[in-house]
Design a protein around this ligand. Structure first.
Ligand SMILES: Nc1ncnc2c1ncn2[C@@H]1O[C@H](COP(=O)(O)OP(=O)(O)OP(=O)(O)O)[C@@H](O)[C@H]1O
Length: 264
């Protein structure tokens, strides 16, 4: 059974762990044109774990996250979250999109981006109260960006932008965090800061699923991997699934390149 209490800041506090899979995918096929981007994918993500989604370029990793969020419509398949339909659980899922997919010229303050994470609490009128500002500022502090609240997002570095989007996800107080290449184009300090935040979320029993490219850091950062190349190749704990046999199957001759990319 799963119980939730509302804390003073309005965030949910879990008093009993939800042991149901935060994301369960069955027979998922997605197609943008004739060739499927995902074909008959099954996946059961473990609650409270950090899972890396890995696979070569064009393998369908981003598409898998987008389908899990209902952003792209599948041709067929079923997606459940914590035992219920996606629409019933959407509020429990936070998303940090690929940085390249965001329009950074849009005139928005850092603080406003983070406040977007509080959309459920702000309600239809969107009236921002002191408690909302407090939550937003504390989320910015968690990613080391409290000094940038009044800046325009377009004026930030890539690493700073990524931290702000993570702060927005934190403000949502979600249980499942989906991140699309959170370390792409960020500096080493930001990468360290982001991984620390993600590990802290895991300590709180949250689930983290991230599309990840750097194979060298998989064992340090993640508990589990989901390896994909249009279809599922392997899924499991790093020690069992992150092995040459499956990596070779997914990357083929591109494995050497992927590893070199990871090392460099
Ligand atoms: N909006 C779109 N319209 C048409 N084709 C698309 C679209 N988005 C993705 N695709 C295609 O679907 C396939 C899977 O793309 P996706 O971005 O999910 O892969 P990926 O594994 O995340 O790739 P990468 O590692 O290069 O980011 C690719 O062949 C891509 O070209």
């Amino acid at each position: 059974m799963h119980l939730e209490l509302a804390t003073q800041d309005g965030h949910r506090k879990d008093v009993g762990k939800d042991t149901r899979s935060p994301l369960e995918i069955r027979g998922l096929t997605v197609s943008y044109g004739e060739k499927p981007a995902l074909f008959s994918v099954d996946a059961t993500f473990e609650p409270g774990a950090m899972t890396a989604i890995i696979g070569p370029n064009g393998a369908g990793k981003s598409t898998l996250l987008k389908a899990a969020l209902g952003i792209v419509k599948p041709v067929s398949g079923r997606i459940r979250s914590y035992g219920k339909s996606l629409s019933a659980q959407r509020h429990r899922i936070a998303y940090v999109p690929q940085r390249a997919s965001v329009d950074w010229d849009f005139p928005t303050r850092v603080l406003d981006v983070v406040l977007m994470g509080l959309y459920r609490q702000l309600g239809l009128l969107g009236r921002v109260r002191p408690k909302h500002l407090e939550i937003a500022m504390s989320c910015l502090a968690r990613v080391g960006m409290e000094g940038f609240a009044d800046r325009q997002i377009g004026q930030l570095s890539g690493g700073q932008q990524q931290r702000v989007f993570l702060a927005r996800a934190l403000a949502q107080g979600a249980d499942l965090y989906l991140l699309d290449e959170p370390f792409a184009g960020v500096d080493a300090a930001t990468e360290k800061a982001i991984i620390a935040v993600l590990k802290a979320l895991k300590e709180q029993g949250k689930t983290v699923i991230a599309v990840h490219h750097d194979l060298a850091t998989v064992p340090d950062y993640f508990d589990r991997v989901f390896i994909i190349n249009t279809s599922r190749v392997a899924e499991g704990p790093v020690a069992e699934a992150f092995v040459p046999e499956y990596l070779q199957e997914a990357y083929g001759g591109r494995l050497a390149t992927a590893q070199m990319g990871a090392a460099g």
